[in-house]
Design a protein around this ligand. Sequence first.
Ligand code: G1P
Length: 292
Amino acid sequence: MSFRVQSVVFPVAGLGTRFLPATKVSPKEMLPIVNKPLIQYAVEEALSAGAEKLVFVTSPSKRAIEQHFQTNVELESALSNSGNKKMLTLVQNIVPSSVECVFVQQEVPLGLGHAVLCARAVVGEAPFFVHLADDLIRSDTPCLKQMQQHYARHHSSVLAVEAVPNDRTASYGIVSVEKEPSGVQRIDKIIEKPEPEEAPSNLAVVGRYLLTPAIFEQLEGRGPGAGGEIQLTDGIAGVLRHEPVHALLFEGTRYDCGSRLGYLKATVEYGLHNEEVGARFQKYLKELTKKI
Ligand code: G1P
């Protein structure tokens, strides 16, 4: 049987400044798309890839995420008393009991690379996923599962990538790749948020990484990079000097829910696919577009 990646790291300690004041008290990962918070979509994707350990790297002031994955006795007894079985089942099954949830504190927000390093002791010496919940991906096969399948064949780190417009490179980690005879795209360069004239291509890393533990050695003691933060990208640049790191052009549509426009697009599209309200929402949108 092929090796299955067990741990998924969710860095959720960011400040979510682009969504203030909504994120003043509630973390951006708790913003809902229709009726589920972003972090729950993230967890469902991880579970569908067979993950058994969910590691949330959070900040001391962000209790809501932890609470979302804990039992809420008061709510459950209220739903039970009112006979609302449907909602009771829903809140009781957010995470199966066989799955371990671990909360690690990132005391100071020093960057994504630092957040991943905070999970080192919990992840141990095995390959693991990093999932950024504000990149929401809608696909037939969940993106992490596509990456798991790639790992089963090639046993290397793999990053999900997509082509972005040339003038958007400064918002992403950008890679250049070499195509191997097997068809696999091996990354030969990765740079965090380069200006278009410095970008080695327009292939951007989206928020899904499958990394070997070699990343920890590369992040340990690393100083700040782009934006004054300890960057995961810089750690990966170190890894690819010693081990293959692949790029995977995943199947699916990504919504950048860290931006207002991306968040609105996701809300509309997930709304259209929603079992309960999708058909009525579509009718409403059709009428609305006639007026605008
Ligand atoms: C982070 C990473 C970047 C990656 C992006 C994907 O940036 O540092 O390399 O391309 O996520 O969403 P952030 O969006 O947190 O600034």
